[in-house]
Design a protein around this ligand. Structure first.
Ligand code: PEP
Ligand code: MG
Length: 591
C-alpha cells in the first residue's frame, strides 16, 4: 500500500550527510534477475565459458567507464571505490568456482555465476563487521551487472536523464547507480542499509547532498511519488509530513540559511577570539584532491595530511616519485600556509591490501603507524625522501603518528638524517629546517611530554586515539561508545600535561582529532591552551564562527572548572552551556 494513503510516518536511520530536503521520492527497486538452471549438451560448454568470459570483459569495460566519469566529476577517492569492483572481477576463487559449476554440472553461465556469487555474498553478510557487510553490497552490485550482461538486460534506471527533482530511495544505492545521477535533480538519498562508511554515504558527502542510511524498510514501504521530508542532520525521513512538521522544518531551514550567510561573511576573516587571541585553524585532508575544499572553506593550510589514503584502494604502494608529486602539489597550492604531512599510519583499522599485513588479535595495539614504518625501512625511506623533496615547494612540516616513547622518536630521527644525507650527496634540494613534530595520541607520550618537547618542534594531539587508548574503548566499536568520552577528566589531564610541557619548551600544540572540529568543545580546548585546531574542511566555518565569539577569560574559566571536576557529564554540560551562550546560531536545531 502506498504511504500516500496513510498519515505522517517517521523513519529513523543514520544521518550521513547534513542538510534537509523535501520532495517526491523515486524508489529504485533492484532488478530481480530470474535465474533458471539449464542443462547444456557437452559440446556447448566451451561456448558457455566463452560467453561468461565475455560478460566479465564487458562488465570490466562498463566499470572502467563509470570510474572515468566519477574521477572527472568527483575526486579520485570516489573513483577508487570502483577499484574494489575491478578486483572482485578478477577474483580467481570466484571465477574458478563458476567455471567448475559450468563444467561439472553442465550448467548455464548465469546459473553458475549466480550460485557462486550468492554464496560469497551470504558469507560476507553474515560477518559482524560493517566494512565486510558493505563489501557484500559491492559484490551484489557487481553480480547484478554481470548478470545484466549475461542476460542482455539494459540498465533499468538511467539517472542521467531525470526530468524532475526527486529524493532517491533504495535498498542500497550502489556506487554505479549514484555515479550516473544528475546532481541537479537529486535532492537527497535514503537507503535501507549502510553505515557512515558505506559508499552511498561517501558519495553523498562528496556531492554535498543530504542523506540518511540504515532506514531498514524504507524502500519497501515507500512508493515512487510519495512526498517526504529528509533530515540529514538527525537522520530521519518523514513521509506525508503534517503542516506542523513542515512548519518546524521551515524554521530550521530558515535558521540554517541565516547561519550559512553568517558563516559566509567570516569565510575569509581570521580565526581570532574576541580578545584578539589568534588560533591557527587548518584542515585535515586525505589526498591532493582535497585542496579546493581546504581553500573554499577558508582553512589556513593543513594540520593533518593522512598520507595512508594514498596507499589504500590501490593495487601497488605509491613510490617516492608518486608521493613526492602528491605532497608538492598540496604544498605549492596552499603556500604560504603550512601543510603538516603525517607519515604513514597504516594498521589499526586501515589496511592496504598490497602490503598484506597479517591479521592481529589487537590491531589497534599492534603493528601500526610508526612501529610499522620503523620495521619497513624501505617503505619509510621512500616516504621521508618524498616529504623532504616536497619541502622546498611550500611550507611543509612533518609529524610521526603513534609515538609512544623516545626510542621511536630517536629511530625515526636517525632515519630522517640518513635520508637528508643521501639527498645532499645526490644534490637534491630540501628544506634543511624542516620542522618535525610528534602526535600525542598514546597516553605514554602525554606522560613524557616534557622529554618529547625538548626534541620536537610541535605537538599535535590525536584525540581520536588518545581517547581510545586512555579509556580502553575501541573507537570503532559502538558497544563501548558510551565509554568513549572526550570530556573524561583523564583526557583533560593528558591534554593539560601536553600543553604545559609545550609552553615550557616554547613549542606549540595543535589538536587534529575529531574534537578539534566540534564547536561544543572548541572553547574548552582553547581555554586549555591549544594553539592550533585542525578539522574536516566542511566544519571549518562553524569552528571559526565559534572562535571569533569566544572571550578568553570565559574559555579559561571553563578549562579551570573542567580540570577540577570529577564528572565527564558535568564537564560536557558546562561546555554545551557556554557554547550555546557564545554562538546560539550554531545550535538552532529542532530540539
Ligand atoms: C587521531 O587519532 O586523533 C588522529 C587524528 O589520527 P587518526 O584519526 O588518523 O588515527
Ligand atoms: Mg590517530
Amino acid at each position: 500500500m502506498s504511504a500516500q494513503t496513510k498519515g505522517e510516518k517517521v523513519f529513523t536511520g543514520i544521518a550521513v550527510s547534513s542538510g534537509v530536503c523535501r520532495g517526491k521520492v523515486l524508489v529504485l527497486h533492484q532488478t530481480r534477475h530470474v535465474i533458471t538452471q539449464r542443462a547444456l549438451p557437452a559440446a556447448e560448454i566451451p561456448n558457455e565459458i566463452k560467453r561468461f568470459e565475455q560478460s566479465l570483459l564487458r562488465t570490466r569495460q562498463q566499470i572502467a567507464e563509470i570510474q572515468r566519469r566519477v574521477a572527472e566529476t568527483m575526486s579520485s577517492s570516489e573513483a577508487d571505490i570502483f577499484d574494489a569492483h575491478l578486483l572482485m572481477l578478477e577474483d580467481h576463487v570466484l571465477i574458478d568456482e563458476v567455471l567448475k559449476i559450468i563444467r561439472d554440472q553442465s550448467a548455464n553461465a548465469e546459473f553458475a555465476f549466480h550460485s557462486a556469487s550468492e554464496k560469497y555474498v551470504a558469507v560476507l553478510e553474515a560477518v559482524e563487521d560493517e566494512y565486510l557487510r558493505e563489501r557484500a553490497a559491492d559484490l551484489r552490485d557487481l553480480s547484478a551487472r554481470v548478470l545484466d550482461n549475461l542476460l542482455d538486460v539494459r540498465d533499468q534506471f538511467d539517472l542521467r536523464h531525470l526530468t524532475e527533482p526527486c529524493i532517491l530511495v533504495g535498498h542500497d544505492l550502489s556506487p554505479s547507480v549514484t555515479a550516473q545521477l544528475d546532481k541537479n535533480f537529486v535532492l537527497g538519498f535514503a537507503t535501507d542499509i549502510g553505515g557512515k562508511t558505506s559508499h552511498t554515504a561517501i558519495m553523498a558527502r562528496s556531492l554535498d547532498i543530504p542523506a540518511v542510511v540504515g532506514l531498514k524498510t524504507v524502500s519497501e514501504e515507500l512508493t515512487s511519488g510519495d512526498y517526504v521530508l529528509l533530515d540529514g542532520y538527525s537522520g530521519t525521513v518523514t513521509v506525508n509530513p503534517t503542516d506542523r512538521t513542515l512548519f518546524a522544518y521551515g524554521q530550521l531551514e530558515k535558521n540554517k540559511a541565516t547561519l550559512e550567510e553568517k558563516l559566509h561573511e567570516i569565510l575569509w576573516q581570521p580565526a581570532v577570539t574576541l580578545c584578539g587571541q589568534a588560533i591557527h585553524l587548518s584542515a585535515n585532508i586525505e589526498d591532493q584532491h582535497d585542496i579546493d575544499s581546504v581553500i573554499q572553506h577558508g582553512a589556513e593550510g593543513v594540520g593533518l595530511f593522512r598520507t595512508e589514503f594514498l596507499f589504500l584502494n590501490h593495487t601497488d604502494s605509491p613510490g617516492e616519485e608518486e608521493q613526492f608529486q602528491a605532497y608538492r602539489t598540496v604544498a605549492a597550492a596552499l603556500k604560504p600556509h603550512h601543510v603538516i604531512i603525517r607519515t604513514l599510519d597504516l594498521g589499526g583499522d586501515k589496511f592496504a591490501s598490497q602490503l598484506q599485513l597479517a591479521q592481529e588479535m589487537n590491531p589497534f595495539l599492534g603493528w601500526r603507524a610508526i612501529r610499522f614504518c620503523l620495521a619497513q625501512p624501505e617503505l619509510f625511506r621512500a616516504q621521508l625522501r618524498a616529504i623532504l623533496r616536497a619541502s622546498t615547494e611550500g611550507n611543509v612540516k612533518m609529524m610521526y603518528p603513534m609515538i609512544s616513547g623516545l626510542d621511536e622518536w630517536n629511530q625515526a630521527t636517525a632515519m630522517l638524517e640518513k635520508c637528508k644525507a643521501e639527498l645532499r650527496a645526490e644534490k637534491i634540494p630540501f628544506d634543511e629546517n624542516l620542522e618535525v613534530g610528534a602526535m600525542i595520541e598514546i597516553p605514554s607520550a602525554a606522560l613524557i611530554a616534557d622529554s618529547l618537547a625538548k626534541r620536537v618542534k610541535f605537538f599535535s594531539i590525536g584525540s581520536n586515539d588518545l581517547i581510545q587508548y586512555t579509556l580502553a574503548a575501541d573507537r570503532t566499536n559502538e558497544k563501548v561508545s558510551h565509554l568513549y568520552e572526550p570530556t573524561h577528566p583523564a583526557i583533560l589531564q593528558l591534554i593539560k600535561m601536553t600543553v604545559d610541557a609545550a609552553k615550557k619548551h616554547k613549542i606549540w600544540t595543535g589538536v587534529c582529532g575529531e574534537i578539534g572540529g566540534d564547536p561544543v568543545l572548541v572553547p574548552l580546548l582553547i581555554g586549555l591552551g591549544i594553539d592550533e585546531l585542525s578539522c574536516a574542511p566542511a566544519v571549518i566555518p562553524e569552528v571559526k564562527y565559534m572562535i571569533r565569539r569566544i572571550k578568553m577569560d570565559e574559555a579559561r574559566a571553563l578549562a579551570e572548572f573542567a580540570l577540577q571536576s570529577e564528572s565527564p557529564t558535568e564537564i560536557l554540560a558546562r561546555c554545551l552551556a557556554l557554547a550555546r551562550a557564545t554562538a546560539p546560531s550554531l545550535f538552532n536545531d529542532l530540539g
